[in-house]
Design a protein around this ligand. Structure first.
Ligand code: BES
Ligand code: MN
Ligand code: ZN
Length: 490
């Protein structure tokens, strides 16, 4: 979809959309109409309450007018959040597509309701994200995206926000579109090729480490998990270097298991297809790096994506194996389905050793236990550094990508002690599964402020996922908006 802004309403739009507060009879920004149109609007306002997401369409007849006016409820004023305009804009955009329109216009809400800059970014994110559809493998593509005109008083600041919001939304959409790919169409090599493509377009450095180098260089976790699949493992690295030379980078790490069967500790068949989404952490990092480079942020950021396919077979790693991680520490494998922590541990240690970063943030669909603990709308955050956590939590409040902190103290570290190696790759029974997984990761880092975000519940839409217009079925791109906010405010 194309997006532009106009400072006054072009009368010829197919759909003029305006936000309405619940029970207030207030429509924002509509010009004076003739008596017929005005009474039609007033009638509609009597019928609709303006509840959040409620939509009412008024057809207009006559020449030289808009074809329809759409009233979009945003709920009660005191209940407006930093997500309201995003959510409702998504609904509007989907409505415009349903009506097969070529374009639609949204009147930006007044500053008494939402701060203008925030409103613009939410309108763009909401409508762009809501129109994304995973239809790459459908032979018949029936729907086309309508273009959007935002009615707002123009300024340089507004033009900049329009551009940057489009880049952010495109980052999320890129993450969704690769995360949705089926496992036969997306292997570690495919992900490496995506990384190369975005690095070339946006002048980033891209390094891909393959076998046998991975093994030679000591990436024992990545090699062990990857050895069971004919789709070879890759360690993908992207460097965005627009900060000063001596400024330490921020390192972002993302788990990219292109398919997680569980390996020899095979998963049950029910919903196993969803394990194509076990690459979502890595896809999030790719989407962030794409946006960071397009935004030309004046900072140094490194994205590190360990990517494997976890398969059972004659060459797979096994329960009982003892492997050596990149950190030099040994791990006893007790369950080959706890593979994410092994590949992440290697990537985290590598990131710390190679880049001496000022902070490391990782994303992973790491544990089913996270869904049990927090459900499918909130991600878990675990960390070794309070200040870093606070910053991510602040970004979470601004972007409404929700995260909740879980504890990570010595008692949990004790739960992954092994009799025969430095640690084991599972905890004790099912107790605190999300935390014992994070405890394993914590061992990979020596001194760098680090935070781990478990996105198992939020990376794609599941049965208990709350309906959000801008997150249609499939991958959500969770974390892209969150970390882009963090990077721009830290
Ligand atoms: N990728 C899974 C975690 C997962 C499962 C995420 C379901 C989202 C939905 C991970 O690799 C895994 O299998 N974890 C195991 C760990 C256990 C064996 C200690 C789990 O959560 O069951
Ligand atoms: Mn697993
Ligand atoms: Zn996994």
């Amino acid at each position: 979809m194309k997006i532009k802004s106009e400072s006054s309403i072009k009368k010829k739009t197919s759909l003029l959309c305006v936000f309405v507060l619940e029970d207030s009879n207030k429509v924002f920004g509509l010009p004076k109409f003739d008596i017929k149109i005005t009474s039609a609007i007033n009638q509609s306002l009597k019928d609709m309450k303006g509840k959040l997401g409620e939509i009412s369409i008024i057809p207009i007849s006559g020449e030289n007018t808009m074809q329809r006016i759409l009233l979009a409820g945003i709920g009660k004023k005191e209940k407006i959040t930093k997500d309201t305009i995003r959510f409702v804009s998504g609904k509007i955009a989907q409505k415009a597509r349903e009506l097969k329109l070529k374009e639609f216009s949204i009147i930006s809400p007044p500053s008494s309701v939402v701060e203008p800059i925030l409103a613009i970014s939410q309108i763009i994110e909401g409508s762009k994200m809501a129109l994304y559809k995973f239809d790459k493998f459908k032979s018949e593509k029936t729907e086309t995206d309508p273009d959007l005109t935002i009615i707002v008083s123009k300024s340089n600041r507004i033009s900049k926000v329009i551009k940057s919001s489009e880049i952010v939304a495109d980052g999320v959409i890129f993450t969704k579109s690769i995360a949705n790919l089926p496992p036969n169409e997306c292997t570690p090599t495919t992900l490496a090729n995506f990384a190369k493509t975005i690095s070339k377009k946006n002048k980033m450095k891209c390094i891909v480490i393959s076998e046998p180098e991975l093994k030679k260089k000591g990436f024992g976790g990545i090699s062990a998990v990857g050895q069971g699949s004919k789709n070879q493992p890759k360690l993908i690295i992207l460097e965005h270097s627009r900060g000063s030379k001596n400024e330490k980078p921020i390192v972002l790490v993302g788990k990219a298991v292109t398919f997680d069967t569980g390996g020899i500790s095979l998963k049950p068949g029910d919903k196993m297809d969803e394990m194509k989404f076990d690459k979502c952490g890595g896809c999030t990092v790719l989407g962030i790096m794409k946006a960071v480079s397009e935004l030309k942020l004046p900072i140094n950021v490194v994205g590190i994506i360990p990517s494997v396919e976890n398969m059972p077979g004659g060459e797979s790693y096994r329960p009982g194996d003892i492997i050596k991680l990149y950190s030099g520490k040994t791990a006893e494998i007790l369950n080959t389905d706890a593979e994410g922590r092994l590949i992440l541990a290697d990537a985290l240690s590598y990131g710390e050793k190679h880049y001496s970063p000022k902070a490391i943030i990782d994303f992973a669909t790491l544990t089913g236990a996270c869904i049990v603990a927090l459900g499918t709308n909130v991600a878990a955050i675990l960390s070794n550094d309070e200040k870093l956590t606070k910053k991510v939590l602040d970004s979470s409040k601004r972007t409404t990508e929700e995260v909740w902190e879980l504890p990570l103290n010595q008692d949990y570290m004790d739960m992954i002690k092994s009799d025969v190696a430095d640690m084991k790759n599972v905890g004790i029974g099912r107790a605190a599964g999300t935390i014992t997984a994070a405890a394993f990761l914590k061992n990979a880092i020596e001194k760098t402020p680090w935070t781990h975000i478990d996105i198992a519940g939020v990376a794609w839409t599941q049965i208990a996922t709350k309906d959000k217009s801008y997150n249609p079925k499939g991958a959500t791109g969770f974390g892209v908006r969150l970390i882009l906010d963090y990077l721009q405010n830290s």
